[in-house]
Design a binder for this molecule. Sequence first.
Ligand SMILES: [Zn+2]
Length: 274
Amino acid sequence: MKNRVSWLICMAFLTLILAGIVVSRIESRDEIIFGGAEGAYVQTDTYQYKDPNATPEVVEVDDGWPEIDITQAQYRMVNDQTEFLLPSSFEPVCGLIDGTKFMMFDIDALPYLNAMLHAAEEAGFTPYIAASYRTYSYQTQMFNAKTSSIAWDEFGITDYLDPSYQKAAEKARKIVMYPGSSEHQLGLAVDIWDRQRNQTVPYENMNQEFFTWLDEHCAEYGFIKRYPTRKLLLTGWDEPWHYRYVGVEAAKYVMEKGICYEEFYKHYMPDFKY
Ligand SMILES: [Zn+2]
């Protein structure tokens, strides 16, 4: 009898521990948001990993800031704060990227992108442009599609007048860039990876030699790694395959100092908040 009681107590205790593990797993899984085609294939700005325990990494830099005019078009800050949204009418003059059938890029920055792609080829890689210039209406379609799928999957609704639809839109905002807030509309950003290797998330499974090469050389062509994982809490995005043209001077400073563009921009625009 005594044995049986202690066995029961023991089992109850084990069940509690197991339940605790399951609950904590479910909670931590909620913190990880996978986007794209349900996280299987990353095409655009659709993959985000949020680590609630990470602390912002702020690098102290106080030397050698380039003397630039931050109000020039190539430095334009774009994000989902109202004053940094691009209007729907914003359409850059674009040209076709070398080696692609329909990928467009800002005409003034295009020679720099083409030069970077050719240099990558010479270094033995096969760079693949997964996304470049995107129109406001295309970004809107992507955003609406993500909102609809969340509205259906999580709230079981299809009616956009339903109050819960707004909640779905708020969730979508963390996965797909809100219309007007994508640098792809600016015409100065590309999502790029190596065609030879696995193109699916996580990033670590993609060809890291290619990204190492790109991170070492992109600034020579005026590009920065715009949303590196380690800067997630400052930029709001984890999109390590997204490169943005800002010109050689700014790019060299950003990449050499290991800062993100928000930190760079704020030096010239002290009132800027991020
Ligand atoms: Zn992108």
